[in-house]
Design a binder for this molecule. Structure first.
Ligand SMILES: NC(=O)C1=CN([C@@H]2O[C@H](COP(=O)(O)OP(=O)(O)OC[C@H]3O[C@@H](n4cnc5c(N)ncnc54)[C@H](OP(=O)(O)O)[C@@H]3O)[C@@H](O)[C@H]2O)[C@@H](O)CC1
Ligand SMILES: [K+]
Length: 513
């Protein structure tokens, strides 16, 4: 068993692959072996998480996820813990494996209760073995029974540490969304949460609602060999080796130019958005771009910001679109539409964000220009939509995008031939022909205006630093996007922001590496 850390990338397998791995495992080990192993490692982790538990309550569903819970109950009882079990199954309907574990628990003298205990304290433990990967898809229209619902409510409202077996019950393994009818109350759970994922890590644990639901994630392979099934995605790890430490004999030209085009003025539509462009420029600067230029769409902006005199103002027609990495769209408003076609045609390295994406979403001509970029091997294009911007580009809605974030990111990347970074909890980074990565860094401090502009500027700096003379530009740009997401999230985790984060503070906290 291992706690999932981010020192190497982890493969994330979807339900189909997990079921295949499970079936092969059962064929290799025989009946009940995997459930016994699963129960044993649940019991081991339970003891480690709550060594002083007065009471361990195990909520067991009717399926094999509940069987894991019953198996763990027998073991924990044998280790001297006071264990109570609520079981939703029946002897008549239980699977053969679950029935064996039920017999074991009964024979061990585990107490089965009709009502969940109401006296679970902080030091106690609640084991959620209600539902695992057997949850039927959300569109089946099936909602939880009253009995299941009432146990779920206790699991979600308890003060005790919660250990979820395989998945938080009701969370869909592939998407990280709650199945219909299983959504918890809006207030986030306050008790510590852990999830012990069995056999494989599932993508849904790390994106969408998954991170809040799962808490700390653990993995046990149930002693089966590493799966060779293709992962649906990878969990990104701390980057190393993409940008080795900067040579002493480097100069500003070594790290590339970033030019930010955005920031509609107050006069245009009564909504001043120059701040967004300034944030992107500041992020590029602090992330180590050799030179940073700002081409503001606000004609009234005629001076570099006093706090960042390094940022040079440029009229759009004075930008060298072929050499600079263009970050386009931050606070761009409608004004961005006038310059975007030329940028799409000419800029070799391009990061598209916010209003540039909104403009492209409604303009077939610009979509065609974007598609043409993919035919030039020396062109790099990255887009950084949040779910609503992604939905506009895909002609769908936010709910559909969020219902399968990996699929939505892939669709964007394939359709537009570019690197796609779908922002949100567990950002998805993908590109044509690449297996997507899910970024594990970051926290709720990022939920404030301007942090997306900071990511766009940071990504601009990372792309600007890529060496033109080396092969594999597309792949290196993709890895640079993964690195930028990692660094953006990691910066937000710094204690510096423990009392709150602003986007300008985040930009200033970035570093070249
Ligand atoms: N097989 C093995 O060897 C191993 C399996 N392992 C473990 O088994 C788990 C998978 O077990 P599983 O396939 O039995 O599914 P599981 O997650 O218990 O859910 C099924 C139950 O949920 C119910 N239910 C479903 N949808 C529902 C809905 N919308 N609303 C309400 N109810 C719904 C469904 O009800 P039913 O449709 O039968 O009426 C049934 O009662 C896996 O996650 C891992 O923990 C490990 O021990 C490793 C070895
Ligand atoms: K569970």
């Amino acid at each position: 068993m291992q706690r999932v850390t981010f020192d190497h990338p982890h493969p994330l397998h979807d339900l189909q692959a997990t079921r295949q791995i499970e079936a092969a495992g059962i064929a290799a080990t025989g009946p009940h072996v995997l459930m016994q192993r699963a129960g044993a490692c649940v019991a081991r982790l339970a003891q480690a998480l709550a060594p002083h538990a007065r009471l361990i309550w195990i909520a067991c569903g009717a399926g094999n996820n509940g069987g894991d819970g019953l198996e763990a109950a027998a073991l924990l009882h044998a280790h001297g813990f006071r264990v109570q079990v609520s079981w939703l199954g029946s002897v008549e309907k239980a699977s053969a494996d679950t029935l064996k574990s039920w017999h074991k628990a009964v024979a061990a003298g585990v107490l089965f209760v009709d009502e969940p205990p109401h006296d679970l304290e902080d030091q106690d433990l609640c084991i959620d073995a209600l539902l695992g990967i057997g949850l039927t898809p959300h569109d089946s229209g099936r909602s939880p029974s009253a009995a299941l619902r009432s146990l779920l409510d206790v699991v979600r409202g308890t003060r005790a540490t919660v250990l979820c077996v395989d998945l938080p019950s009701g969370l869909m393994a592939d998407s990280g969304q709650w199945a219909a009818g299983f959504e918890p109350l809006p207030s986030p759970p306050s008790a510590p949460r852990h999830t012990l994922s069995l056999l494989t890590l599932k993508p849904g644990l790390f994106t969408g609602m998954g991170r809040d639901a799962a808490g700390t994630v653990w993995l046990d392979d149930l002693q089966l060999p590493s799966p060779d099934a293709a992962p649906r995605a990878w969990l990104a790890c701390a980057p190393h080796g993409i940008h080795p430490s900067r040579p002493h004999a480097s100069h500003k030209g070594s790290w590339g130019d970033v030019a930010v085009v955005g920031g509609e003025g107050l006069e245009e539509r009564g909504m001043g958005m120059t701040g967004a462009a300034l944030l992107a420029a500041s992020a590029a600067l602090h992330a180590g771009a050799g030179r940073v230029m700002l081409s503001a769409l606000d004609p009234a902006l005629t001076q570099s910001p006093a706090l960042a005199p390094e940022i040079m103002l440029r009229r759009f027609e004075k930008l060298d679109l072929e050499t600079a990495t263009i970050v386009c769209g931050c606070g761009g408003g409608d004004a961005v539409r006038t310059v975007l076609p030329q940028i799409l045609k000419t800029a070799r390295r391009l990061v598209l964000d916010a209003d540039a994406l909104n403009a492209i979403a409604t303009d077939a001509g610009m979509q065609a220009l974007l598609a043409q970029r993919a035919r030039h091997a020396s062109f790099v294009t990255a887009m950084t939509p949040h779910p609503l911007e992604a939905a506009r580009l895909l002609g769908s809605d936010t709910r559909t995008v969020q219902s399968d974030r990996i699929a939505a990111a892939r669709e964007l990347a394939e359709r537009h031939g570019c690197i796609a970074v779908l922002k949100g909890s567990g950002s998805i980074i993908t590109a044509p022909g690449e297996t997507p990565f899910i970024n594990p860094t970051g926290n709720a401090r990022l939920a404030t205006g301007g942090t997306g502009d900071v990511l766009a500027g940071l990504l601009g700096a990372r792309i600007a630093a890529l060496d033109n003379t080396q092969d594999g530009l597309a792949r290196r740009a993709f890895l640079a996007a993964c690195q930028a997401c990692w660094q953006h999230g990691r910066a937000a985790e710094d204690d510096l922001f423990s009392r709150g984060l602003t986007a300008s503070g985040l930009a200033r906290a970035l570093s070249p590496m």
